[in-house]
Ligand binder design. Structure first.
Ligand SMILES: [Zn+2]
Ligand SMILES: [Zn+2]
Length: 131
């Protein structure tokens, strides 16, 4: 009788542990989805508008420059009125072991008159940042 009760207790424990594993892994997946990105704009002289464009551009990891810009007549005739800056982005906790955070450096240019924007990746490296 005693052995049987002991076995059923073990079984209950196994079930409980099994149940506990599922929510834990769910939380881990969520952590990856909400990866934090910090944007550093090196050029202080650019307009607020371009600043906002840069933040929108680099804070979305799925942002792809499709190269399609609605170009106004002025830009077609005289070329773009460009503002440019070196931009650093730090994506936190990309890897599970140190160095965990990924730093990327870009040159970014955008036209203040139309939708044209262009970004070139200069380099990327993992940095010691978050523990
Ligand atoms: Zn333009
Ligand atoms: Zn970090």
């Amino acid at each position: 009788m005693k052995t049987k009760r002991f076995l059923s207790l073990l079984l209950t424990l196994a079930v409980l542990t099994g149940l506990c594993v599922i929510p834990t892994s769910a939380v881990e997946t969520e952590e990856v989805a909400t990866t934090e990105i910090e944007i550093f704009i090196e050029n202080e002289d650019i307009s607020e508008e371009t600043r906002a464009k840069i933040i929108a551009y680099y804070s979305d990891p799925n942002h792809e420059n499709d190269g399609i810009a609605t170009c106004g007549l002025t830009c077609t005739l005289f070329g773009h009125k460009l503002e440019d800056s070196v931009v650093r982005s730090v994506t936190h906790k990309v890897r599970s072991t140190a160095p965990r955070c990924l730093e990327k450096t870009y040159t970014y240019e955008a036209c203040t008159r139309c939708d044209y924007e262009n970004s070139t990746l200069l380099g990327s490296s993992y940095i010691f940042c978050c523990s």
